[in-house]
Design a protein around this ligand. Structure first.
Ligand SMILES: *Cc1c(COP(=O)(O)O)cnc(C)c1O
Length: 412
């Protein structure tokens, strides 16, 4: 297949592809910097959803009629698109889920219950989102295994020496995020997976925050599982992906039972479908899969290396324009990071700052960012987080910086 045509990178022009960004909020043109919580959708994604429901809607895999055929074809083509996006060896290693959270729960409940025993260990880093902690705690509770955190530095980097020291025969699985949603840290996941593999452990990479910022190659990373959500990569909510190594997936028991995931059902015993359907019980989010594929096709037309440079410039601009805000402190200073600026201002509660920015049409996130262990590790109840993506512009950052200065003056 030919690579899609890539235009020279131009954030202002990309911004025009996103209808929601064209509106005013609280009397001001919207500045959307809550991209680590969810991303906005380009018109091509909205059109793909509309087209599907308007012309092709039918249930997949079972029908004999034209619409079911079209729906199934588009749904399975979407799986192929995700497979190429991840550089997966085969499309049947791509399993549809509702999102990162469900993908991780699938692994914890299916692989975990089958393979974990009392005394076994699951390593997760202190940087993890709750959805890469709590599923492991649930399966640990059920099996007698233990969830052990990998230390991170004050800068927000995983401590690789401490990781090595934890890697012993008890460790059965290592689960880390590719990019931290709270601090923006880009973790050396290929290196982490290599060390885990050498120690005999499987690996899961939570890619929720990475997919919108960098090309992902599951073979180069060398992980056993990779999870992400459609809505963080310009696609719909309610659709996500679990990618798995074929030999590992093949040996795993079903997670949810129901239609689609079976081969034959009888009261004497039920046999299960092959990959990927064994893990896809019930009617899937067909439109979501098609919308996600449209989002990934859209991303395929963008020079991601240039987008990453653009985000780094926006981060540098945020740091520069807020350097003289009295009492402002950046939280974390990762060696490698995406355009996420997490900060606090002495004497200004994050939630108040968030509301004052909202009054100026600027959307940021405040609070613990679903990373309470990390916040307690850093000794903070929460932060303010401005998270850039490819459609943010230097104008957005100027508005943010002016907004922060104005809010700070109100608290002086
Ligand atoms: C958003 C996020 C999740 C959870 O994703 P859902 O779409 O809510 O399932 C997990 N990990 C990271 C790093 C995230 O940013």
């Amino acid at each position: 297949m030919n690579a899609p045509q890539t235009r020279p990178f131009d954030a202002a022009r990309l911004r025009e592809d996103f209808p929601i960004l064209q509106q005013s909020v609280n009397g001001q043109p919207l500045v959307y910097l809550d991209n680590a919580a969810t991303t906005q959708k380009p018109a091509v994604v909205l059109e793909a959803l509309d087209h599907y429901y308007r012309y092709d809607n039918a249930n997949v895999h079972r029908g004999v009629h034209a619409l079911s055929d079209r729906s199934t074809t588009a749904f399975e083509a979407a799986r192929e698109t995700v497979s190429r996006f991840l550089n997966s060896p085969a499309a049947h290693q791509v399993i549809w889920t509702r999102g990162t959270t469900e993908s991780i729960n699938l692994v914890a409940q299916s692989w975990g219950r089958q393979n974990l025993r009392a005394g076994d260990r699951i390593l997760v880093s202190w940087l993890e989102h709750h959805s890469n902690i709590v599923p492991w705690q649930l399966v640990a509770e059920a099996t007698g295994a233990e969830v052990v955190p990998i230390p991170v530095s004050d800068a927000g980097d995983i401590d690789l020496a401490a990781f090595d020291a934890l890697l012993d025969a008890r460790v059965k699985l290592v689960a880390v995020n590719h990019v931290s949603n709270a601090l923006g840290t880009v973790n050396p996941v290929a290196e982490i997976c290599r060390r885990a593999r050498d120690a005999g452990a499987l690996t899961l990479v939570d890619g929720a925050q990475a997919v919108a910022h960098m090309p992902v190659d599951v073979q180069a990373i060398g992980c056993d599982f990779y999870a992400f959500s459609g809505h963080k990569v310009f696609g719909p909510t309610g659709i996500g992906v679990l990618w798995g190594r074929e030999s590992v997936l093949e040996a795993m028991p079903p997670f949810l039972g129901g239609g689609e995931m079976i081969e034959t059902v009888s009261f004497e015993g039920t046999t299960f479908n092959s990959l990927p359907f064994r893990f896809e019980a019930g009617t899937p989010h067909i439109a979501g899969a098609i919308g996600l594929a449209a989002a990934l096709d859209y991303l395929g037309g963008i020079d991601l290396a240039a987008a990453a440079q653009h985000e780094k410039r926006l981060l540098a601009q945020m740091l520069e324009l807020t350097a003289d805000v009295p009492g402002l402190r950046r939280i974390g200073q990762p060696a490698e990071c995406v355009g996420i600026f997490s900060f606090i201002i002495d004497g200004v509660p994050p939630a108040d700052l968030g509301m004052l920015l909202d009054e100026q049409g600027i959307a940021v996130r405040t609070g613990h960012h679903c990373t309470q262990p990390l916040m307690s590790r850093l000794g903070l109840p929460g932060t303010v987080r401005a998270a850039c993506t490819l459609y943010n512009t230097p104008d957005d950052i100027e508005r943010l910086a002016r907004g922060i200065h104005r809010a700070r003056r109100l608290f002086a």
